[in-house]
Ligand binder design. Structure first.
Ligand code: PLP
Length: 395
Protein backbone atom coordinates (compact mmCIF):
# COMPACT_ATOMS: atom_id res chain seq x y z
CA UNK A 1 0.00 0.00 0.00
CA UNK A 2 1.05 3.59 -0.56
CA UNK A 3 1.85 5.73 2.50
CA UNK A 4 -0.29 8.80 2.97
CA UNK A 5 1.51 12.10 2.32
CA UNK A 6 2.54 13.00 5.92
CA UNK A 7 1.86 16.70 5.30
CA UNK A 8 -1.86 16.01 5.45
CA UNK A 9 -1.56 14.96 9.09
CA UNK A 10 -0.87 18.60 10.03
CA UNK A 11 -4.16 19.88 8.61
CA UNK A 12 -7.13 20.48 10.86
CA UNK A 13 -10.39 18.97 9.63
CA UNK A 14 -12.12 20.94 6.88
CA UNK A 15 -14.70 21.73 9.48
CA UNK A 16 -15.94 25.29 9.00
CA UNK A 17 -18.29 25.27 6.00
CA UNK A 18 -19.57 21.68 6.46
CA UNK A 19 -20.37 22.54 10.10
CA UNK A 20 -22.19 25.72 9.03
CA UNK A 21 -24.20 23.64 6.52
CA UNK A 22 -24.98 21.03 9.21
CA UNK A 23 -26.32 23.68 11.61
CA UNK A 24 -28.40 25.21 8.83
CA UNK A 25 -29.93 21.81 8.06
CA UNK A 26 -30.64 21.27 11.75
CA UNK A 27 -32.60 24.54 11.85
CA UNK A 28 -34.62 23.51 8.79
CA UNK A 29 -35.43 20.14 10.38
CA UNK A 30 -36.77 21.94 13.46
CA UNK A 31 -38.47 24.67 11.45
CA UNK A 32 -39.02 23.72 7.80
CA UNK A 33 -40.67 27.10 7.06
CA UNK A 34 -37.69 29.17 8.20
CA UNK A 35 -36.76 31.57 5.38
CA UNK A 36 -33.01 31.41 5.77
CA UNK A 37 -30.82 34.14 4.25
CA UNK A 38 -27.12 33.46 3.77
CA UNK A 39 -24.55 36.15 4.47
CA UNK A 40 -22.07 33.37 5.00
CA UNK A 41 -19.93 32.77 1.97
CA UNK A 42 -17.99 35.06 -0.32
CA UNK A 43 -19.66 33.87 -3.49
CA UNK A 44 -20.90 36.39 -6.05
CA UNK A 45 -24.61 36.47 -6.91
CA UNK A 46 -25.11 39.07 -9.64
CA UNK A 47 -25.13 38.27 -13.37
CA UNK A 48 -22.18 39.01 -15.62
CA UNK A 49 -22.24 42.55 -16.95
CA UNK A 50 -23.25 43.11 -20.62
CA UNK A 51 -19.84 43.94 -22.14
CA UNK A 52 -18.24 40.94 -20.46
CA UNK A 53 -21.07 38.50 -21.25
CA UNK A 54 -21.04 39.59 -24.91
CA UNK A 55 -17.27 39.09 -25.16
CA UNK A 56 -17.56 35.57 -23.72
CA UNK A 57 -20.36 34.76 -26.14
CA UNK A 58 -18.40 36.06 -29.11
CA UNK A 59 -15.26 34.17 -28.06
CA UNK A 60 -17.25 30.92 -27.80
CA UNK A 61 -18.84 31.49 -31.24
CA UNK A 62 -15.45 32.16 -32.80
CA UNK A 63 -14.14 28.89 -31.42
CA UNK A 64 -16.96 27.22 -33.33
CA UNK A 65 -15.51 28.39 -36.66
CA UNK A 66 -12.55 27.01 -38.61
CA UNK A 67 -10.82 30.39 -38.70
CA UNK A 68 -11.54 31.34 -35.12
CA UNK A 69 -10.62 28.07 -33.46
CA UNK A 70 -7.57 27.87 -31.21
CA UNK A 71 -6.30 25.11 -28.92
CA UNK A 72 -3.42 25.25 -26.47
CA UNK A 73 -1.88 28.70 -26.36
CA UNK A 74 1.72 29.17 -27.47
CA UNK A 75 2.41 30.75 -24.12
CA UNK A 76 0.88 29.44 -20.87
CA UNK A 77 1.44 32.87 -19.30
CA UNK A 78 -1.68 34.18 -21.06
CA UNK A 79 -2.85 36.40 -23.92
CA UNK A 80 -0.36 39.21 -24.54
CA UNK A 81 -3.22 41.67 -25.03
CA UNK A 82 -4.63 40.86 -21.61
CA UNK A 83 -1.23 41.11 -19.91
CA UNK A 84 -0.70 44.47 -21.60
CA UNK A 85 -4.09 45.78 -20.54
CA UNK A 86 -3.62 44.66 -16.92
CA UNK A 87 -0.22 46.40 -16.86
CA UNK A 88 -1.62 49.60 -18.39
CA UNK A 89 -5.09 49.88 -16.83
CA UNK A 90 -4.59 48.35 -13.38
CA UNK A 91 -0.88 48.95 -12.72
CA UNK A 92 -0.58 52.22 -14.68
CA UNK A 93 2.69 50.97 -16.14
CA UNK A 94 4.32 50.25 -12.75
CA UNK A 95 4.57 46.60 -13.80
CA UNK A 96 5.45 45.33 -17.28
CA UNK A 97 3.34 42.74 -19.15
CA UNK A 98 6.25 40.27 -18.97
CA UNK A 99 5.95 40.21 -15.18
CA UNK A 100 2.25 39.27 -15.32
CA UNK A 101 0.97 35.72 -15.79
CA UNK A 102 -2.71 35.00 -16.36
CA UNK A 103 -4.28 32.18 -14.38
CA UNK A 104 -7.45 30.33 -13.48
CA UNK A 105 -7.75 32.33 -10.25
CA UNK A 106 -5.87 33.73 -7.28
CA UNK A 107 -6.39 30.64 -5.14
CA UNK A 108 -4.76 28.43 -7.80
CA UNK A 109 -1.84 30.85 -8.07
CA UNK A 110 -1.36 30.81 -4.31
CA UNK A 111 -1.05 27.00 -4.52
CA UNK A 112 1.49 27.26 -7.34
CA UNK A 113 3.48 29.91 -5.44
CA UNK A 114 3.67 27.47 -2.54
CA UNK A 115 5.34 25.05 -4.96
CA UNK A 116 7.67 27.81 -6.19
CA UNK A 117 8.97 28.55 -2.70
CA UNK A 118 8.83 24.95 -1.48
CA UNK A 119 7.96 23.33 1.81
CA UNK A 120 11.10 24.46 3.63
CA UNK A 121 10.12 28.13 3.48
CA UNK A 122 9.20 29.58 6.86
CA UNK A 123 5.93 31.46 6.79
CA UNK A 124 4.14 34.37 8.52
CA UNK A 125 0.38 34.61 8.12
CA UNK A 126 -2.15 37.23 9.24
CA UNK A 127 -4.51 35.94 11.89
CA UNK A 128 -7.39 35.75 11.03
CA UNK A 129 -6.79 34.82 7.38
CA UNK A 130 -8.18 33.31 4.22
CA UNK A 131 -7.61 29.59 5.02
CA UNK A 132 -5.66 28.78 1.83
CA UNK A 133 -2.47 30.42 3.15
CA UNK A 134 -2.28 28.11 6.17
CA UNK A 135 -3.62 24.92 4.63
CA UNK A 136 -1.70 25.34 1.36
CA UNK A 137 1.54 25.99 3.29
CA UNK A 138 0.95 22.87 5.39
CA UNK A 139 0.23 20.73 2.32
CA UNK A 140 3.45 22.06 0.77
CA UNK A 141 5.24 20.86 3.92
CA UNK A 142 5.76 24.03 5.97
CA UNK A 143 4.81 22.24 9.19
CA UNK A 144 7.65 23.60 11.33
CA UNK A 145 7.69 27.21 10.39
CA UNK A 146 4.26 28.78 10.66
CA UNK A 147 3.93 32.03 12.57
CA UNK A 148 0.67 33.93 13.12
CA UNK A 149 0.45 37.72 13.02
CA UNK A 150 -2.60 38.69 15.09
CA UNK A 151 -4.69 41.45 13.50
CA UNK A 152 -7.24 42.93 15.88
CA UNK A 153 -9.02 46.24 16.41
CA UNK A 154 -6.35 47.15 19.01
CA UNK A 155 -3.63 47.18 16.32
CA UNK A 156 -5.88 48.59 13.60
CA UNK A 157 -5.81 45.09 12.02
CA UNK A 158 -2.15 45.61 11.13
CA UNK A 159 0.39 43.20 12.66
CA UNK A 160 3.00 44.18 15.20
CA UNK A 161 6.01 43.47 12.98
CA UNK A 162 8.51 44.24 15.74
CA UNK A 163 7.47 41.12 17.62
CA UNK A 164 8.01 38.71 14.71
CA UNK A 165 10.76 36.23 14.04
CA UNK A 166 12.22 36.45 10.55
CA UNK A 167 10.33 34.34 8.01
CA UNK A 168 10.92 33.61 4.33
CA UNK A 169 7.35 34.35 3.25
CA UNK A 170 4.83 36.86 4.58
CA UNK A 171 1.24 36.42 3.43
CA UNK A 172 -0.65 39.68 3.44
CA UNK A 173 -4.18 40.28 2.18
CA UNK A 174 -5.60 43.79 1.68
CA UNK A 175 -8.51 44.56 1.57
CA UNK A 176 -8.66 41.70 3.98
CA UNK A 177 -10.79 38.64 4.04
CA UNK A 178 -12.24 38.26 6.68
CA UNK A 179 -11.67 41.54 8.62
CA UNK A 180 -12.53 43.94 5.79
CA UNK A 181 -9.53 46.12 6.75
CA UNK A 182 -7.67 47.89 3.94
CA UNK A 183 -4.04 48.74 4.75
CA UNK A 184 -2.87 52.34 4.32
CA UNK A 185 0.20 53.35 2.31
CA UNK A 186 2.08 53.96 5.56
CA UNK A 187 1.24 50.48 6.80
CA UNK A 188 2.26 48.81 3.53
CA UNK A 189 5.45 50.87 3.44
CA UNK A 190 6.22 49.50 6.91
CA UNK A 191 5.56 45.96 5.67
CA UNK A 192 7.79 46.44 2.62
CA UNK A 193 10.59 47.94 4.76
CA UNK A 194 10.30 44.96 7.14
CA UNK A 195 10.53 42.49 4.24
CA UNK A 196 13.53 44.31 2.75
CA UNK A 197 15.31 44.38 6.08
CA UNK A 198 14.67 40.67 6.72
CA UNK A 199 15.15 39.55 3.12
CA UNK A 200 11.65 38.06 3.17
CA UNK A 201 9.18 37.83 0.28
CA UNK A 202 5.63 39.16 0.64
CA UNK A 203 2.81 37.25 -1.06
CA UNK A 204 0.30 40.06 -1.43
CA UNK A 205 -3.29 39.01 -2.10
CA UNK A 206 -5.21 41.89 -3.69
CA UNK A 207 -8.30 39.88 -4.70
CA UNK A 208 -10.58 42.65 -3.32
CA UNK A 209 -8.62 45.67 -4.62
CA UNK A 210 -11.56 46.86 -6.77
CA UNK A 211 -13.58 47.39 -3.58
CA UNK A 212 -11.30 50.21 -2.43
CA UNK A 213 -13.26 53.46 -2.54
CA UNK A 214 -11.41 55.68 -0.09
CA UNK A 215 -8.83 58.02 -1.60
CA UNK A 216 -5.14 57.27 -1.13
CA UNK A 217 -5.54 53.65 -0.08
CA UNK A 218 -3.17 51.48 -2.14
CA UNK A 219 -4.77 48.97 -4.52
CA UNK A 220 -1.48 47.21 -5.14
CA UNK A 221 1.66 46.57 -3.11
CA UNK A 222 3.62 48.05 -6.04
CA UNK A 223 2.36 51.51 -5.11
CA UNK A 224 5.05 51.28 -2.43
CA UNK A 225 8.54 52.12 -3.75
CA UNK A 226 10.88 49.13 -3.55
CA UNK A 227 8.06 46.57 -3.28
CA UNK A 228 9.04 45.10 -6.65
CA UNK A 229 12.18 43.73 -5.02
CA UNK A 230 10.33 41.88 -2.25
CA UNK A 231 6.73 41.15 -3.28
CA UNK A 232 4.67 38.90 -5.46
CA UNK A 233 1.03 39.91 -6.00
CA UNK A 234 -1.99 37.77 -6.82
CA UNK A 235 -5.31 39.17 -8.02
CA UNK A 236 -8.51 37.94 -9.56
CA UNK A 237 -11.51 38.76 -11.73
CA UNK A 238 -13.70 36.68 -9.40
CA UNK A 239 -15.13 39.35 -7.14
CA UNK A 240 -14.82 42.41 -9.40
CA UNK A 241 -16.71 41.03 -12.44
CA UNK A 242 -18.35 37.92 -11.00
CA UNK A 243 -15.90 35.38 -12.46
CA UNK A 244 -16.06 33.07 -9.42
CA UNK A 245 -17.39 30.37 -11.76
CA UNK A 246 -15.80 31.50 -15.05
CA UNK A 247 -12.31 31.51 -13.39
CA UNK A 248 -9.66 34.11 -14.23
CA UNK A 249 -6.89 35.75 -12.24
CA UNK A 250 -3.30 36.87 -12.51
CA UNK A 251 -0.02 36.91 -10.67
CA UNK A 252 2.81 39.44 -10.74
CA UNK A 253 6.36 38.20 -10.20
CA UNK A 254 8.59 41.26 -10.75
CA UNK A 255 11.86 40.87 -12.62
CA UNK A 256 13.70 42.45 -9.70
CA UNK A 257 12.53 39.77 -7.24
CA UNK A 258 15.51 37.54 -6.47
CA UNK A 259 16.31 34.47 -4.43
CA UNK A 260 19.07 34.39 -1.84
CA UNK A 261 21.62 33.28 -4.48
CA UNK A 262 20.81 36.29 -6.67
CA UNK A 263 18.82 34.34 -9.27
CA UNK A 264 15.59 36.00 -10.41
CA UNK A 265 12.35 34.26 -9.36
CA UNK A 266 10.47 34.98 -12.60
CA UNK A 267 12.08 32.23 -14.78
CA UNK A 268 11.29 29.60 -12.11
CA UNK A 269 7.72 30.89 -11.88
CA UNK A 270 7.33 30.66 -15.67
CA UNK A 271 8.72 27.14 -15.48
CA UNK A 272 5.99 26.19 -12.98
CA UNK A 273 3.31 27.80 -15.15
CA UNK A 274 4.51 25.91 -18.20
CA UNK A 275 4.99 22.61 -16.37
CA UNK A 276 1.90 22.43 -14.18
CA UNK A 277 -0.59 24.68 -15.93
CA UNK A 278 -1.57 24.95 -19.57
CA UNK A 279 -2.84 28.51 -19.47
CA UNK A 280 -6.14 30.13 -18.51
CA UNK A 281 -9.28 29.45 -20.55
CA UNK A 282 -9.14 31.33 -23.87
CA UNK A 283 -12.82 32.28 -23.54
CA UNK A 284 -12.38 33.60 -19.98
CA UNK A 285 -9.42 35.72 -21.07
CA UNK A 286 -11.57 37.44 -23.70
CA UNK A 287 -14.02 38.27 -20.91
CA UNK A 288 -11.15 39.71 -18.86
CA UNK A 289 -10.10 41.88 -21.81
CA UNK A 290 -13.66 43.22 -22.15
CA UNK A 291 -13.69 44.07 -18.44
CA UNK A 292 -10.66 46.31 -18.97
CA UNK A 293 -12.21 48.43 -21.73
CA UNK A 294 -13.71 51.79 -20.62
CA UNK A 295 -17.23 50.27 -20.81
CA UNK A 296 -16.08 47.20 -18.87
CA UNK A 297 -14.46 49.36 -16.19
CA UNK A 298 -17.73 51.30 -15.71
CA UNK A 299 -19.63 48.03 -15.40
CA UNK A 300 -17.12 46.74 -12.84
CA UNK A 301 -17.57 49.89 -10.78
CA UNK A 302 -21.36 49.51 -10.85
CA UNK A 303 -21.18 45.86 -9.85
CA UNK A 304 -18.84 46.59 -6.96
CA UNK A 305 -21.09 49.51 -5.90
CA UNK A 306 -24.05 47.13 -5.79
CA UNK A 307 -22.28 44.91 -3.24
CA UNK A 308 -21.05 47.98 -1.38
CA UNK A 309 -24.65 49.18 -0.96
CA UNK A 310 -25.37 45.76 0.54
CA UNK A 311 -22.49 46.23 2.97
CA UNK A 312 -23.97 49.59 4.06
CA UNK A 313 -27.31 47.91 4.84
CA UNK A 314 -25.61 45.25 6.97
CA UNK A 315 -23.49 47.83 8.78
CA UNK A 316 -26.59 49.91 9.50
CA UNK A 317 -28.47 46.86 10.80
CA UNK A 318 -25.61 45.98 13.15
CA UNK A 319 -25.18 49.58 14.31
CA UNK A 320 -28.76 49.57 15.58
CA UNK A 321 -27.98 46.57 17.80
CA UNK A 322 -25.04 48.50 19.31
CA UNK A 323 -22.54 45.97 17.98
CA UNK A 324 -19.13 47.30 16.94
CA UNK A 325 -18.50 46.37 13.33
CA UNK A 326 -15.43 46.89 11.13
CA UNK A 327 -14.81 46.74 7.37
CA UNK A 328 -17.63 46.92 4.83
CA UNK A 329 -16.36 50.16 3.27
CA UNK A 330 -13.39 49.16 1.10
CA UNK A 331 -14.38 45.53 1.23
CA UNK A 332 -17.44 43.27 0.85
CA UNK A 333 -16.87 41.84 4.35
CA UNK A 334 -18.08 43.14 7.69
CA UNK A 335 -16.29 41.94 10.79
CA UNK A 336 -18.50 42.29 13.85
CA UNK A 337 -17.15 42.07 17.39
CA UNK A 338 -18.96 40.32 20.25
CA UNK A 339 -16.51 40.71 23.15
CA UNK A 340 -16.59 37.90 25.68
CA UNK A 341 -18.72 35.64 23.48
CA UNK A 342 -17.68 32.62 21.44
CA UNK A 343 -18.16 33.13 17.72
CA UNK A 344 -19.97 29.79 17.30
CA UNK A 345 -22.46 30.80 20.05
CA UNK A 346 -23.13 34.11 18.29
CA UNK A 347 -23.43 32.30 14.96
CA UNK A 348 -26.03 29.97 16.51
CA UNK A 349 -28.01 32.86 18.00
CA UNK A 350 -28.13 34.78 14.70
CA UNK A 351 -29.10 31.61 12.83
CA UNK A 352 -31.85 30.56 15.22
CA UNK A 353 -33.30 33.98 16.03
CA UNK A 354 -32.88 35.81 12.69
CA UNK A 355 -32.54 32.87 10.29
CA UNK A 356 -29.40 34.48 8.93
CA UNK A 357 -26.31 32.40 8.13
CA UNK A 358 -22.96 34.05 8.88
CA UNK A 359 -19.40 32.77 9.31
CA UNK A 360 -17.93 32.39 12.81
CA UNK A 361 -14.65 34.30 13.03
CA UNK A 362 -12.87 31.48 14.89
CA UNK A 363 -12.92 29.55 11.61
CA UNK A 364 -10.37 32.01 10.18
CA UNK A 365 -7.81 31.61 12.98
CA UNK A 366 -7.44 32.06 16.76
CA UNK A 367 -7.66 35.88 16.60
CA UNK A 368 -11.06 35.53 14.93
CA UNK A 369 -12.66 34.28 18.15
CA UNK A 370 -15.54 36.55 19.31
CA UNK A 371 -16.01 37.89 15.77
CA UNK A 372 -18.56 37.11 13.06
CA UNK A 373 -18.02 37.70 9.34
CA UNK A 374 -20.95 39.01 7.31
CA UNK A 375 -20.62 38.82 3.53
CA UNK A 376 -22.21 41.53 1.36
CA UNK A 377 -22.45 39.21 -1.65
CA UNK A 378 -26.17 38.73 -2.18
CA UNK A 379 -29.31 40.20 -3.71
CA UNK A 380 -30.41 43.61 -2.36
CA UNK A 381 -33.82 42.28 -1.31
CA UNK A 382 -32.30 39.44 0.72
CA UNK A 383 -29.67 41.64 2.28
CA UNK A 384 -32.25 44.27 3.21
CA UNK A 385 -34.46 41.61 4.82
CA UNK A 386 -31.46 40.18 6.70
CA UNK A 387 -30.48 43.66 7.92
CA UNK A 388 -34.04 44.27 9.23
CA UNK A 389 -33.91 40.99 11.13
CA UNK A 390 -30.46 41.79 12.57
CA UNK A 391 -31.77 45.11 13.92
CA UNK A 392 -34.22 43.23 16.15
CA UNK A 393 -31.58 41.06 17.83
CA UNK A 394 -30.48 41.70 21.43
CA UNK A 395 -26.91 40.70 22.24
N1 PLP B 1 -8.00 35.49 -2.11
C1 PLP B 1 -8.90 35.82 -1.19
C2 PLP B 1 -8.51 36.68 -0.07
C3 PLP B 1 -10.22 35.34 -1.29
O1 PLP B 1 -11.12 35.66 -0.35
C4 PLP B 1 -10.57 34.52 -2.38
C5 PLP B 1 -11.93 33.98 -2.52
O2 PLP B 1 -12.77 34.05 -1.70
C6 PLP B 1 -9.58 34.20 -3.30
C7 PLP B 1 -8.30 34.70 -3.15
C8 PLP B 1 -9.89 33.28 -4.44
O3 PLP B 1 -9.87 33.92 -5.63
P1 PLP B 1 -10.12 33.14 -7.00
O4 PLP B 1 -11.59 32.95 -7.16
O5 PLP B 1 -9.51 34.03 -8.01
O6 PLP B 1 -9.40 31.82 -6.91
Amino acid sequence: MVKRNPHFAGLSEGYLFPEIARRRRALLEKNPDAKIISLGIGNTTEPLTPAVAQALELAARELGTADGYSGYADDSAGLSALREQIAAVLYKGRITPREITISDGAKCDIGRLQILFGGRATVCIQDPAYPVYVDGSLIAGAGGGLQYMPCRPENDFFPDLGGLKRADLIYFCSPNNPTGAAATKTQLAELVAFARQNKSIIIFDAAYSEFIVEQNLPRSIYEIPGADEVAVEVNSFSKSIGFTGVRLGWCVVPQKLKFEDGRPALPDWLRIINTLFNGASNIAQRGGLAALTPAGRRETQNLVAYYQDNAKLILEGLRQTGIQAYGGVNSPYIWAHFPGQKSWDVFEKILNEAYVVTTPGAGFGPAGESFIRFSAFGRHGDIDAAAQRLKRLKF
